[in-house]
Ligand binder design. Structure first.
Ligand SMILES: Cc1ncc(COP(=O)(O)O)c(C=O)c1O
Length: 506
């Protein structure tokens, strides 16, 4: 029947196949077998970790598949076939994180079953600003907050937490809370009323997202006072005390001290008990970015690295790093439950229902930057419930121990140089062939960056590069449980081979 400009029935008819459960069933069965086959091929190294293609080429291919003009009028069988083509393409063109040669960023090959649980959240769109829109999503999130908060060492009911879209947003959220607590008028008035400019004391290796947060929060990058690190790149507590003392003498309000567990560059864990004591002495908020290392709390052998974490006022812990779930699933924790409500001193009448005030604590949108928020706990809650907490202990223990295995290999090799003794699964090093003896730092550093690009384009291994003390270096995060000693030996061999070819090419 025609209503105004459109004929609703005709449109509904056209939309029918997009919402057809039988299409879901037939494509779902295909998808399961495509993904299983893909995983098997990748994990058993039948193909490389990455088929390098330029971004422009990839964009062109992706655009081609969008087609031209109107909707293709496909029947069920044709839709299943086309779906298969599109999925195969997507699987082939990506970076294969499940490949044992993937030893790159702090992004894990996710536990495959976590993706299945995430698919349930995506299919049913349990987005959650308010409890009513995603009751089970909120329940899973709060159950995980409770479980992880207890792992931190906190008492039920005393603390609170939430999930947000990534570590950067999580750090921003926690630091916004800290700013509002330190400067109670700042939410309403901005930062204009301050006699002395506020300061944020930040471990000098902290993730760039912390300085970015200072900019976003109106503190400005200039508010960030770096706290130097010691020879193992852990926060120097005497330097922290000196800076806290200086801020006090100058009358500068300190928003927070930001410590790392661990810091991104070489995975160094700060001495949290001593830092917490300094913060207590100066009555300053302690924020710990434990995006990567928070998972050590679940380990059987590495928990000592994060001892003192329970003394922090706020903590960031990314499940999409060392808890092996797909992105994004980043937790923010507050030691005092009530602090979560200080983040946004705001009321949104359409989110808050005065007839059901008991729901307020479950309307997560009141405490997150996001309004509509992905139901991010599905994957973590699912695999935790399926395999138990021991799975995560094993993943952390295995990957952290592989950091040491790699370090020992680097130490034994006379053409490689480890740049630190690893505390976890992050290792930074350089290839130093004898032909480069006597080369300047700049030449040696640039050589590392070019070597890594060549290796990645070659497709057998995926590692990353970094700059340490102004000089280029190679960096790995051994995060794939299938990466064995054999792969680490193979990586060193591949670096030697590619490095020697580069040198012979001049
Ligand atoms: C210590 C640390 N904090 C924060 C982040 C940012 O996290 P995300 O990439 O989830 O935004 C990272 C990313 O590697 C990190 O290493």
């Amino acid at each position: 029947m025609k209503r105004g400009l459109i004929d609703a029935e005709v449109i509904r008819d056209r939309l029918q196949s997009a919402f057809d459960p039988s299409l879901v069933e037939s494509t779902g069965a295909r998808l399961a077998s495509l993904l299983a086959r893909h995983l098997d091929r990748i994990q058993s190294e039948q193909v490389g970790v990455m088929r390098w293609q330029s971004p422009a080429e990839q964009v062109e291919r992706a655009a081609e598949l969008l087609g031209e003009g109107g909707a293709p009028d496909l029947d069920l069988t044709a839709l299943v076939e086309r779906f298969e083509t599109l999925v195969e393409k997507a699987l082939k063109q990506g970076n294969q994180l499940h490949h044992p040669g993937y030893i790159g960023h702090q992004v894990p090959p996710p536990i495959p079953m976590a993706a299945w649980f995430d698919a349930v959240g995506a299919m049913t769109n349990q987005v959650m600003a308010i409890y009513e829109m995603g009751p089970w999503a909120v329940a899973m999130e709060q159950a995980m907050v409770e479980r992880l908060g207890r792992a931190i060492g906190w008492r039920s009911g005393a603390f609170s937490g939430l999930i947000t879209h990534g570590g950067n947003l999580a750090n921003l959220t926690a630091l916004l809370t800290a700013r509002n607590v330190a400067l109670p008028d700042s939410w309403a008035q901005g930062l204009t009323g301050q006699d002395e400019s506020p300061a944020l004391l930040v471990q000098s290796d902290a993730h760039y997202g912390v300085t970015r947060a200072a900019g976003i929060l109106g503190l400005g990058e200039a508010a960030v006072i770096p706290v130097p690190v010691d020879s193992r790149r852990r926060m120097d507590v005497s330097a922290l005390l000196e800076r806290l003392g200086r801020c006090r003498r100058e009358g500068r309000p300190v928003i927070a001290v930001v410590a790392c567990a661990c810091a991104t560059p070489v995975g160094a864990f700060d001495p949290l008990p001593a830092i917490a004591e300094a913060c207590r002495a100066f009555d300053v908020w302690l924020h710990v970015d434990a995006a990567h290392g928070g998972s050590a709390l679940l380990s059987r052998h590495h928990r000592h690295l994060v001892s003192g974490l329970e003394l922090a006022d706020s903590i960031v812990w990314d499940a999409h790093k060392m808890l092996y779930v797909p992105g994004l699933c980043a937790f923010v924790f507050y030691r005092h439950a009530g602090h979560a409500k200080r983040t946004f001193d705001q009321e949104a009448s359409y989110l808050f229902d005065p007839t059901a005030p008991e729901l307020e604590d479950y309307n997560v949108g009141l405490r997150t930057i996001e309004c509509t928020k992905r139901a991010a706990a599905f994957g973590l809650w699912g695999v935790w419930s399926l395999f138990g907490e021991g799975l995560f202990a094993d993943l952390v223990d295995l990957s952290f121990s592989m950091g040491m295995v790699f370090f020992e290999r680097l130490e034994r090799a006379d053409d490689f140089e480890p740049l630190h003794r690893p505390q976890c699964n992050i290792v930074v090093f350089r290839y130093r062939p004898r032909q480069l003896n006597g080369a300047s730092d700049q030449v040696l550093g640039e050589f590392q960056l070019r070597l890594r690009r060549r290796l990645v384009e070659q497709g057998e291994y995926y590692i990353v590069s970094t700059t340490l003390e102004g000089m280029g270096a190679l960096r790995v995060t051994i995060i794939n449980p299938l990466t064995t000693d054999r792969h680490l030996d193979g990586l060193l061999e591949a670096l030697r081979r590619e490095g020697q070819t580069m040198l012979s090419e001049g």
